[in-house]
Design a protein around this ligand. Sequence first.
Ligand SMILES: Nc1ncnc2c1ncn2[C@@H]1O[C@H](COP(=O)(O)OP(=O)(O)OP(=O)(O)O)[C@@H](O)[C@H]1O
Length: 595
Amino acid sequence: MSGTESHVDREEDYRFLHSMLMERKIHMLFKIHERLKRFEKRSPAPVREDSSSLALDLAEELMNQGWGDEVKELFALLSKPHFKTLLSVHDAVAQRDFEPALPPVPDDALDDDEDSVKIVSLVKTNEPLGATIRRDKSTGAIFVARIMRGGAADKSGLIHEGDELKEVNGVSLEHRKPKEILPLLARSKSEVKFKIVPAFCEDEVPTDKEKLFVRALFDYDPSEDPTIPCQDAAVAFQRGDVLQILSTEDETWWQARRAEDSDSRAGLIPSKELHERRVALQRPAALFKPRTVKPPGDDPVFPVTEDVDYRAITGIHVAGLRRSFRLGRKSSWAKEAARFRRWSAGVHGSICPPTYIEVIPYHREPKDRHRLVVLVGPSGVGVNELKRRLLISDPDRYGVTVPYTTREKRRQESEGVDYHFVSVHMFEEHILDHRFIEYGSHGGHYYGTSLDSVYRVMAEGKVCLLDVHPSKIKRVYTSEFKPYVVFVKPPRIEELRLTRRRAKFVCDEEDADPVRVFSEEDFVDMIDLAETMETQYGHLFDQVIVNGDIATAFREVRADLERIYEAEVQWVPADWTCSPPAKARRSCSHLAGWI
Ligand SMILES: Nc1ncnc2c1ncn2[C@@H]1O[C@H](COP(=O)(O)OP(=O)(O)OP(=O)(O)O)[C@@H](O)[C@H]1O
């Protein structure tokens, strides 16, 4: 009432308004309105449309039963006028009886020469029609170019791609340009009537029942895409967004909607082929020169820089939190990778730039083990620091793997805490049995992270934090581990300089001092290597955390890991499932093959 004071002059008007607003019925209406709004969001669908007749049948059945107490009670309930009315309203809503009835088609509408003309009347709502039109340059005829899946035109099932539009609301479209047609549509009030010459392929099977979901591996902003056929019909997305693909009939523009908007109309997104073509065109020819360089990450054995006591650096010792086995990162591999960054970006990008990866929903059951969390990033970026903070923040929840080594146990070390100390023979047997996710040699000794150590942490009911080179993710990229991959990315060089002023890091065996402060070259290498990793393995990353300020980065990682733990549905690669739905598999076979 306080808001009405300035508008109401007369005392009696004020009293009238007041009494009206205080009416119980008005309050009930508001409540109903709020309730409906809430339900609208959940998009409820009726189970059936004939509940009234079902209730009648049931009441008849009950009459033939003995008159036990429950039967009597149910019969009385079904006979109540309120209940009957409720069911009949329910059926009316289910059958959409509330929509305005369309007037009958006028007789003269069909006196056209063409015998295949059809008249389509659609009830006009606030929703756009969900169709695009085009003009045939030679004949001037107007055709339906595209029907958006889930839009009003699609739902009607009466208008199809390729249909020729002859009239809109009785106005002939002859010699009209597409832009003149919009005002014709806007002018109509409650219904829009089209005269159409149908296209031939009317019996085309609608694809919108197929549930094909993909995760986008690149950002797409239609407002910056001059080639999009219709700005308003496009869907913008960011890397990581999950989209439902509703049509791949057009090889250039697919139709999709966001997975969370399951009721919305589909929009256009660039097809896999289109995006690949675009990326290929962006790359200068000089970058395509093939060079036979094998990424050192694929070598079975390569140098390890290991054995720096973390206590000395961090003052904290946590079992298993040794320097990781992202082997030799600071030495040959890192530098080589940086050197060939441009080449590899060109080659990999040209062969298969990240587009979309098919995903399926995964609903975690309480009995399911936690997903394996894989942290990757260039050397020195702070992977271990984040791992250490996670462990300290909740040691009951997080665990890390204990590495294997063939070197002698030192006095202060314990078996199964710092390392598993094994013989060379045993280590090599493990290698042959493919039990290592990652291994290498340093100073004449083997070091490695075994699958067994991951199983051990998972069996304790903990979230296992694994820190490997991204080339090793494929070893655990299975439904058994359901890895959640977090890429730790360096910030811009200015921020690196600022935040790492006092940080010390472990460098390789070529350096005189194995623990030293970061140099300018280290920062450049770190950024270069991060770019290489993103180009080559970015399609495997579920999350990218920029490690500028360590406290912020840690908060983000922790919140993200908590979020996936609590999420009702998580999207995981379809490849992880053993028996994918045949339909979906068929329709997206061309999306697979990302590892
Ligand atoms: N955001 C940050 N701000 C300041 N110092 C940081 C930050 N992140 C990490 N550091 C410090 O940088 C050093 C290197 O970090 P860390 O050892 O975690 O790197 P890493 O990615 O595990 O690399 P590597 O595996 O080569 O050791 C450590 O001293 C760590 O405390």
